[in-house]
Design a binder for this molecule. Structure first.
Ligand code: NDP
Ligand code: 8X3
Length: 266
């Protein structure tokens, strides 16, 4: 798409799942003149993705892998200062890094799990936004000044048993996103919410602390969304005419009607 040409796109949590697929989708959609900054904790995975993107679309897309733990405020603060100058003018921030730990009910949730979910999904996302916003605010000249695309979840709209903390973090993302859109109304910055239902990624493996069979059971009898399905929605939103804001989305696979209402094939 011509509209994305020349843009600089920063994706958090790009080493896996939706973030990884979004990197490929941006590269395929604007293969001629795009800059991608891919961040996550697993730098080796990011480097591998950079090589795969370059193999697929050539060097029209400049891809920079950066190790960044969004839950560490110091790392987020230092991040911009370490970027090469040619990647400084960020146009699109995809706040995707996030995770869920466990299915414990409130009395049993460990402090560690609670903390990592809030520090990644909520304060991490807010700290990233605060770090990048000044770049977009400086660009405010009546034209499109930038996009902030936050990955929420059905879980942020509909709390469920065994998800109190994760659901609370995604509800916090939803509130933050909506406040931000209102605060920035005069700034030509688009604040976009992409809220997926069930997507098959490493998400459930992380939820069950690496137990693949428990993770697989989540998708038994279902045909979950693929990370590419969500990547398409993210890139679609970023590629609209500047005056068009895809403010709010809820994306389910066909068998899902609510956070916990799945039609399973027996
Ligand atoms: P994955 O586990 O496949 O990907 C999560 C990504 O987040 C990884 O790249 C991981 O990278 C990164 N991440 C986790 N913690 C941190 C951190 N502290 N700092 C930086 N990066 C971090 O899951 P998904 O792709 O499914 O998840 C992406 C987003 O989508 C999340 O916000 C999730 O809540 C949301 N979502 C997922 C749904 C699903 O059903 N899968 C449904 C609705 C929303 P690394 O480990 O290398 O740091
Ligand atoms: C992930 C969707 O409902 O499985 O955000 O927690 S859910």
């Amino acid at each position: 798409s011509k509209r994305l040409e020349g843009k600089t796109v920063l994706i958090t949590g790009a080493s896996s799942g939706i973030g990884r697929a979004t990197a490929f989708e941006f590269a395929r959609t604007a293969p001629n003149n795009l800059k991608l900054i891919l961040t996550a904790r697993r730098i080796d995975s990011l480097k591998q993705i950079v090589a795969e993107i370059n193999d697929e679309v050539g060097n029209g897309v400049k891809v920079l892998p950066v190790q960044l733990d969004v839950s560490k405020p110091g790392e987020v603060r230092a991040f911009l200062g370490q970027l090469p100058a040619e990647f400084n003018e960020i146009d699109v921030l995809v706040n995707n890094a996030g995770l869920v730990k466990g299915v414990a009910k409130a009395p049993e949730i460990t402090e560690e799990d609670m903390t990592v979910m809030f520090e990644t999904n909520v304060t991490g996302l807010i700290n990233m936004t605060q770090a990048i916003l000044p770049i977009m605010l400086r660009r405010n000249n009546g034209e499109g000044a930038g996009d902030i695309i936050n990955i929420g979840s059905i879980a942020g709209r509909e709390p469920y048993v065994g998800g109190s903390i994760y659901c609370a973090t995604k509800a916090a993302v939803r509130s933050f996103t909506e406040s931000l859109r209102k605060e920035l109304i005069a700034k030509r910055i688009r604040v976009i919410s992409i809220d997926p239902g069930q997507v098959e990624t490493e998400f459930s493996i992380v939820r069950f602390y690496g137990d693949k069979s428990k993770a697989d059971a989540v998708y038994a009898g279902c045909e979950p969304l693929t990370p590419e399905d969500i990547a398409e929605a993210i890139v679609f939103a970023a590629g609209r005419r500047e005056n068009v804001v895809i403010a709010d989305t809820l994306i389910f696979p066909n068998h899902q009607a609510a956070a916990t209402i799945m039609h399973r094939k027996s």
